[in-house]
Design a binder for this molecule. Sequence first.
Ligand SMILES: Cc1cc2nc3c(=O)[nH]c(=O)nc-3n(C[C@H](O)[C@H](O)[C@H](O)COP(=O)(O)O)c2cc1C
Ligand code: SF4
Length: 669
Amino acid sequence: MKFFKLFTPFKIRNTEISNRIIMPAMHLGLADQGAITDRLIDFYVERAKGGAGMLIIGGCYVDIYGKGLPSMIAVDDDKFISGLQEFTEAVHNARDDVKVCCQLYHGGAYAFPQIIGKQPIAPSEVYSNFSNTTPRKMTHEDIKREQQAFADAAVRAQKAGFDAVEICANAGYLMDQFISPKTNKRTDEYGGDLEDRLRFPKETIELMRMAVDDYIIGYRISGDDFVPGSNTYKEKGVVAEELSDLLDYFNVTGGWHETKVPQLTMDVPEGAYTYLAENIKRRVKIPIFSSNRINDPIVAEETLLAGKADAICMGRALIADPFLPQKAKDKDLHSIIHCVACNQGCFDNVFALKPITCLRNARAADEQRRGLNPIEEKKKIMVIGAGPAGLEAARIAATRGHDVTIFEKEDKIGGLINVIWIPPGRNEFKRMIDDYTYWINKLNIDVNLNTEVTLETVQEFNPDAVFLATGSLPVKPKISGIDKDHVYWANDVFTKDAPVGRNNVIIGGGATGIELAIYLAEFGSLSCEEFKFLTFYDALETDVALDMLYRGKNKVTLLERLPKFGSILGKTTKWVLLDKVDKLGVEKLANVNVTEIGDDYVKYEDKEGVDQIIDNVDKVYYATGVKSNDQLYKPIKKMGIDVQKIGSARKPETALEAIEKGYKSGNRI
Ligand SMILES: Cc1cc2nc3c(=O)[nH]c(=O)nc-3n(C[C@H](O)[C@H](O)[C@H](O)COP(=O)(O)O)c2cc1C
Ligand code: SF4
C-alpha cells in the first residue's frame, strides 16, 4: 500500500501542516475547573508523538453561558492562559512539526442550566431537545457580549501559543442555532432569511479577525444538520460560500446532537459522510477537512484521492491508537489498533460526565499512570480463554516480556467477539480479532486452539501464573417449557448453532436480545451488493428491491421484564439500536413476565398481571443474562498456583470492562 496524499504537507493560511491527518476536537472530561491538567497534556503529547499533522483540542468554552460540560477546558478568562501555554509548549516540544489548534465552543441552547447555573441563552426561545430546556432569547447586549467572548478567547489562544483557533459551529451549538430557521425565529437583523441568520457568525468572525489579525481561524460546520426543518447540505453549501472569505479552513462534520440519523455509531459505514465535505469543497477555495467515521488510513487516503477533502479528521481512531499516523507512514498497517466505533469508552463516558477511556486502549486519557511496567522476573503465564480479557492480558504481559501461552477450547481466538460482530451494523468488532491475531504473531504468543483445559493440562504446563479468562455461561430462565427443542440461547443464532424461525419470540430485551431482534428482522433481506446488482441491471424495480433491502420476512417479538429495553447499553448506541428495532417492525413488549413456553405459543403476564398469549410461535430464544464461568478457579488455586480471574470469569462484564481488567492484570504481573 502506497500513500500518495495522506503524508504530503499542505498549507492553511501561511502555516504548513506536515500531513493530512487531523485529530478533531474531542471533549475528554479531563480539565479541572476549566484548567489544563497533566492528564490532558499527557494525552496530547502522546498524539503529537504519534504523528498527526494537527491536533485540535476542546471544545473550550468562551463564556460561562456556553459551557457544555463540567470538565471542559476554559478560554473565558486570562487566568487560563498560562496553563494553556504550558500545554502548547509541551505538545510542540513533543514533535517539532505538529500544529495545535484550540476549538472555541459555545453551547447556546445546548448548555444545561444545572451546569452553567442559569438559564441558557440562544437566538430564540425554542425548546432544545438536547438540553431539555427552553433558553432565554438573547438580547442585543447578549449578542455583542458573546461575540466579544469569541474574539477574546481567540486572543487568549493566540497568546498561549496555539497555531490556530477553530469555531465550534457544528452539531447544533450556538452558531448553528443562529443559522437554522428551526431555532432562529428572530425578527430583528439577526433573524429572517439565511443572509440575516448568518449575521451573528459573520460579525463574530470579523471581530475575531480584527483581534488576531494574521492567524488561522477555522470553522467546524455541520455539513447537513439532519434535523427536520433545519439546514440541509444545500443551505450549508451556501453558508460555506458566504463565510469562506473570512476563514482559513472548513472542518466538515455531520449533523446535530439531536438528529435521528446516526453519526458516530459503528453502523455508520466508514466514509459515509465524506460527501458532505465534497459538497463544500466544490464551492470554496480554502482547505476542507472531512470528518466522522474515518478510522482507517486507507479510507482516509481514498477520500483524499477522490478529491473530496484536503485533510482527514481521525478522532476516535487516534484515541484508540495515537501512533496510527506514524504506523501508516511506516507502512506498518497491521500493527494499528483500530477504533471500532463502539463509543463505550469515549462518547458514552462524555454523557455520563466521566473522563473518557477506550475499549481498545486502556491507557487512553490516563497515559502516565497506565504506562507499561517493567517486569521484575520473566514468568511463564498460562492464559485460559481467548476472549477479549484473555487476549488483552496476554498481549500486555507478552509485550512486557513474559512468556505467554493461550489455551482456547474453540477452534479460533476471539471468544465473545466472534458473536458480537455478527449482528447487522456491528461488524467493526471483527477488527479486534484481526488486530489481536497480528499481536499474537508479533509477540510470539503460543496459542493452543481446540484445547479444553483440565487440571491435568495445568499440571503438565506448570505455569508460574494463570489468567482464568473463561468468560461466562448463559443463564437459563426458570420458565415452564424452557427445555423444549425449539428454545435456544440467543447467541447460538449468531454462531449458527440455532436456526432462525418465521415467528420468533425473544425473552430478554437487553443488549443481546436487541441485537438478536435486529438480526432476525433483517434475516433474509437483500444485501447491499445484491441490491446494487439487481437495480443496476434493471432486473428488479427499485421500490421492490428497496423493500427487500430493508427487512426480511420474519416476525419478531421482544419481551422484557423491566419497564425499559437495553438497560446496560451506552446512551449513544442505545437510541440507535432501539430506533432500528422499531423501524424494522419488531414488536416490543416491556413489563412482561413470561410464564410458559408451549409448543407453538408463549404465555406471559402483562403489567396488569393479565395472562396474554403469543400464538403460532415457531422459535423462542432467551437472552436473560449470563453468569461467570469460573469452575477452574478454586482447583487451580488449590494447586498453589498464582491464578487470577479476569473478565467475565470474575463477574459478567462489558467488553470495555473486560479489556481494561485484562490490561491491568497483564500489566501487574
Ligand atoms: C468523546 C468525544 C467528544 C467529542 N467532543 C467534541 C467537541 O467538543 N467538539 C466537536 O466539534 N466535536 C466533538 N466530538 C466529535 C469528534 O470531533 C468527531 O467529529 C467524531 O468523533 C467523529 O469522528 P471519528 O469517527 O473520527 O471519531 C467528540 C467526539 C467524541 C467521541
Ligand atoms: S471507546 Fe470505542 S469508539 Fe471510543 S475510541 Fe475506543 S474503540 Fe473507538
